[in-house]
Write a protein that binds this ligand. Structure first.
Ligand SMILES: Cc1cc2nc3c(=O)[nH]c(=O)nc-3n(C[C@H](O)[C@H](O)[C@H](O)COP(=O)(O)O)c2cc1C
Length: 225
């Protein structure tokens, strides 16, 4: 199968419902083999990835479920996922994403329980058979975190080319130490973010979501042309 870079960029979406269809280690190895060609400053390649399926996937889910039951607000992350109070235009963008997603699923604003329930789906990888966790050395600077992001996006596009669907998951980030312990991740490596990966359920309402994007003129300035 072949997909242009442009098509992969346009077709990749965050998939939040998956079919019960396995992804093999061979397939995952091929994705990582492609993604490792992502660029990084100084060619540091400041990324590692742990893939979990079967028992290992269950182990992580169990560890985080236990933590959520005992201490749900304990944030283990080196940096909070979002700045404390978002400002415009970011606040509205985040708000609209949530509203659009819940509207598709028919969950009203007032139904806090249903919304929370949905958020908890993150900790089941939205039903995906495989989870990935991206690691970074805790001594790295913000620059290297950006480069890790390039690796992550490269992997998502490589997955798209192979008919696989993904969802990046910072939902795991506040529980990164718990995840790390469950997977034997040792300092200085730390877990940054998760990713659900598998085959999209084409009939799931949530997978019809197409997030809005700011137009070119809002994000770019051209000079000297
Ligand atoms: C680093 C990162 C972490 C994310 N974490 C989550 C998450 O925990 N749960 C979730 O449902 N979506 C998560 N997302 C998905 C974003 O909401 C999504 O990328 C954004 O709304 C744009 O939509 P699209 O990916 O469908 O194009 C994450 C995206 C990124 C890049």
């Amino acid at each position: 199968m072949s997909l242009s870079v442009k098509d992969a960029l346009h077709k990749r979406i965050s998939t939040r419902a998956f079919l019960d269809k396995p992804v093999t280690e061979t397939e995952l190895r091929a994705l990582i083999d492609d993604a490792r060609f992502a660029a990084s400053g100084g060619n540091l390649q400041p990324w590692k990835v742990v893939a979990v399926a079967g028992e290992a996937r269950q182990r992580v889910m169990d560890a985080v479920s236990k933590k959520l039951a005992e201490n749900p607000f304990d944030d283990e992350a080196q940096f909070p996922v979002y700045p404390e109070k978002l400002w415009e235009p970011y606040r509205t963008r985040r708000y609209e994403l949530g509203e659009d997603m819940y509207a598709l699923m028919g969950v009203p604003r007032e139904d806090k329980a249903a919304r929370l329930n949905w958020l908890m789906q993150n900790y089941q990888f939205f039903g995906a058979p495989v989870g990935l966790f991206f690691l970074i050395d805790e001594r790295m600077n913000p620059n290297q975190w950006a480069h890790l992001g390039m690796f992550m996006m490269s992997l998502a596009l490589a997955a798209q080319e192979r008919g696989l669907a993904t969802c990046f998951q910072e939902a795991w980030t506040p529980h990164c130490k718990t995840v790390g312990r469950a997977l034997g991740v040792e300092s200085p490596d730390q877990v940054y973010c998760g990713m659900a990966i598998g085959y999209a359920d084409p009939d799931a309402a949530v997978n019809q979501l197409r997030s809005k994007r700011a137009p070119v003129d809002e994000i770019a300035r051209f000079e000297g042309f």
